[in-house]
Design a protein around this ligand. Structure first.
Ligand code: GAL
Length: 419
């Protein structure tokens, strides 16, 4: 009798497990900051891919370029014991989470089956596979030292594509004199930091960038060259319009798209906005490296970090999502829309537009030459605490709180305090 009872109970448990397993539909909840038009179109490529594989998509958008707001939202979710399935993340933030013990999922099985070790460049693996464990699926490679220019505005004013920093300043001046907005910019710390990447490169090249932004050498952070970097930032500040404060980056892109402004310095996600508005590179807009930074590339790569889940359906969905992201077809389909280039080195760039092809070629050349550097503005040069300390100084200077010499001194102090 007793045996019979026990048997009945275990059959019941087995039935329960079975129901739970079938009820565990594959679902992903995705936390991201891709809320601008071009970004949303790119994200749709992923969403549709997964939906076609029977996966339910729960969207958790947290607006704000650079992802600071998204990272704050993430911390709240994890603290509440309710981590999302997959989270868009950048560089050093991934490493910070990797150090938190067992909060992240292990993607080694998919990575091994699909040979990610061979096709994802070392510069990205450093963040997606710390300590030999794949915890994130890299989606793309962006770079920040780009200028986006309205071709008809330049043609109208007889402005050639500038080749040096001084020519760039002269071009900006000419636009400003014409009454149009010279530099479309949004006054948010991360946008100023994005420009700062280029100001550092244009002042001292890759070596100085490495010493100051990556090695955090106090002499480089506070020396004469850094004063010149801040001088360049002050020059640029002179070419933004009165309403720049707080403006979102995509609204600044829209000013260039709509013939209100001539130039924007922004990562190549800006191209996503131009494409989304039906604009054609070379015809309607120009893309070129910030004058004075040619040969150097400051990059950032978006990755989807998978947070550990107990639900089997969610675990399975994470693997499907990771695998979908790394498929060569997806890499092209997504990056064509996003403005970035593939995260895999074995994918042909033939289908990319002219700016994409140029970006891909320059990235490969910079990697070869040792001038491919992690973007400070986008979390690939130093940890979040240091990055945020830099943001504060850069923004305070941009808004006139410090002169250039004081800003360089403050940069040293802020970085020291953050370490
Ligand atoms: C970056 C991110 C890009 C882009 C941008 C603006 O940090 O890597 O994918 O979306 O923010 O939102």
């Amino acid at each position: 009798m007793r045996v019979y009872k026990e048997m009945k109970a275990s059959v019941a448990v087995a039935a329960l497990v079975l129901t739970a397993a079938t009820a565990n539909a594959q679902e992903v909840e995705v936390l991201h900051w891709w809320t601008a038009g071009g970004e949303a179109s790119a994200l749709n490529v992923l969403k549709e891919n997964l939906q076609a594989q029977g996966i339910t998509w729960r969207d958790m958008p947290v607006a704000g370029g650079g992802g600071e707001a998204a990272m704050t939202a993430l911390r709240a979710r994890v603290t509440a014991g309710d981590a999302p399935t997959a989270v868009q993340m950048l560089g050093f933030d991934i490493l910070d989470w990797a150090e938190q013990g067992e909060v992240l999922a292990d993607l080694n099985e998919v990575a091994e089956a699909e040979n990610w070790d061979e096709v994802i460049p070392e510069a990205l693996q450093r963040f997606s596979k710390p300590d030999g464990k794949w915890i994130a699926a890299p989606v793309n490679v962006h770079s920040t030292n780009w200028v986006w220019a309205n071709k008809s505005v330049l043609d109208e004013l007889g402005i050639e594509q500038p080749g040096t920093w001084d020519e760039f300043i002269a071009a900006l001046q000419k636009v400003q004199d014409s009454g149009k907005v010279a530099l479309a910019h949004g006054g948010q710390p991360w946008q100023e930091a994005t420009i700062f990447d280029s100001a550092v490169l244009a002042t001292g090249g890759a070596e100085f960038y490495q010493k100051s932004m990556i090695d955090l050498d106090p002499e480089a952070l506070g020396g004469e060259e850094m004063v010149q970097v801040f001088d360049k930032m002050a020059q640029l500040r002179g070419f933004v319009d009165d309403n720049f404060s707080g403006r979102d980056w995509n609204l600044a892109s829209a000013m260039v798209i709509n013939n209100e402004a001539a130039f924007q310095i922004m990562g190549d996600w800006a191209k996503g906005e131009f494409l989304n508005a039906g604009k054609v590179p070379g015809q309607d807009f120009l893309c070129f490296r910030v004058p004075g930074t040619e040969g150097n590339v400051t990059f950032n790569a978006d990755q989807f970090v998978m947070f550990a889940q107990t639900d089997e359906g969610k675990q399975a969905a994470q693997k499907t999502m990771a695998s979908a992201i790394e498929s060569p077809e997806f890499q092209i389909a997504f990056n064509k829309v996003k403005g970035s280039v593939p995260a895999r080195t074995d994918v042909s760039g033939d289908e990319l537009d002219d700016c994409g092809k140029l970006g891909m070629q320059q990235l490969a050349e910079a990697a070869e030459a040792g001038t491919l550097l992690g973007s400070m503005g986008h979390g690939h040069a130093n940890p979040a605490a240091v990055k945020n300390a830099m943001y504060d100084v850069i923004t305070a200077h941009f808004n006139g709180e410090y002169d250039s010499a004081t800003a360089a001194e403050e940069l040293v102090n802020a970085v020291e305090a953050a370490q």
